[in-house]
Write a protein that binds this ligand. Structure first.
Ligand code: NAP
Length: 278
């Protein structure tokens, strides 16, 4: 069975639900409510980060949902300023306290810090797993070169690389390198931060299936074996982003969407970004 049909991606011992709720920019009660609504309608995967300043609200939404801990896959991230081992341990404890859980399912280095050796940051990530504070470990925004370096210093398997993927960017190299190492690719900005809706090709393909452009973008990723964490607090969009398992894009449609990769639109490119693979 394909990952898209199984609704889950298996990667180096982890089982990552193919659709998760992205929460960046969701704050206060909007975040609590969106988290709770998402879990109520069937989401099983939440994505937060210390940097988002909303772990407390994500934790509240989870608690209010009444879901058992083992029914929900929760991912958080340690940001690039906090990767020295002592800082790492301190902010992770704060993240767990915010979320009000003793362990996350997945802990990521949010961005590499070129001034902190990966031996130290990945070492701290490994220690978090050994200490039982996370079930699995992984990275985000890692290039092929950073992946090679991270794997050369890790004792525990890295289960995912969370990177920007949508139809308007070509990430073939880093996707292939991640998959070769058995890692799941988790797509952030999977609907190009709202730019998928309105695109003519996605609209037309969507119409043929009775789906929206956002759903086509998410289904395209699922058929590539890539998980996605679209962000929304709009109830209709929450539901739509989950309803991508009851249609299938044809090979011709997948090829047409692949051609859009040439648009080369990178939405997220902060000053601390690495030199991306081209
Ligand atoms: N690791 C990293 O460095 C990193 C970087 C960026 C993001 N992320 C993670 O990835 C998540 C997703 O990325 P993102 O939030 O930047 O962008 P995104 O999910 O691609 O786009 C979010 C935008 O799309 C709209 N939208 C969502 N579902 C829709 C639908 N079905 N139809 C029409 N519009 C829809 C939302 O508006 P409405 O609210 O109106 O629905 C919102 O404006 C983040 O929230 C975060 O968890 C990680």
């Amino acid at each position: 069975m394909s990952a898209a049909d199984a609704h889950v991606i298996e990667a180096n011992g982890a089982r990552i639900p193919i659709v998760g709720l992205g929460t960046m920019t969701l704050k206060d009660n909007v975040c609590v409510q969106a988290t709770q609504d998402a879990l109520r309608i069937g989401y099983t995967h939440l994505d937060t980060a210390a940097f988002y300043g909303n772990e407390k609200e994500v934790g509240e939404g989870f608690a209010a949902s009444g879901k058992k801990r083992d029914q929900v896959f929760i991912c958080t991230k340690v940001r690039q300023n906090d990767l020295m081992p002592d800082d790492f341990a301190r902010v992770l404890d704060q993240s767990l306290a915010n979320l009000k859980i003793p362990q996350v399912d997945l802990l990521l280095i949010h961005w590499n810090n070129k001034d902190i050796p990966l031996k130290l940051s990945v070492g701290a990530l490994n220690k978090a797993k050994r200490d039982g504070k996370t079930k699995h470990i992984g990275v985000a925004n890692f290039t092929t070169a950073l992946l090679d370096e991270a794997w050369s210093v890790t004792s525990e398997p890295l289960v995912c690389n969370q990177i920007e993927v949508h139809p308007f960017i070509n990430q073939d190299k880093v996707i292939a390198a991640s998959k070769k190492k058995g890692m799941a690719v988790v797509a952030y900005c999977p609907i190009a931060r709202g730019k998928a809706p309105g695109n003519d090709v996605l609209e037309r393909i969507g119409k043929a299936h009775g789906k929206t452009s956002a759903q086509v973008s998410l289904r395209y990723l699922a058929q590539l074996g890539i998980a996605a964490i679209p962000r929304t607090a709009t109830p209709a969009h929450l539901q739509a982003n989950l309803d991508i398992f009851n249609f299938k894009l044809t090979d011709a449609e997948m090829a047409e969407l692949k051609k859009l990769n040439a648009t080369n639109m990178r939405v997220v490119n902060p000053p601390h970004a690495p030199v991306w693979d081209t």
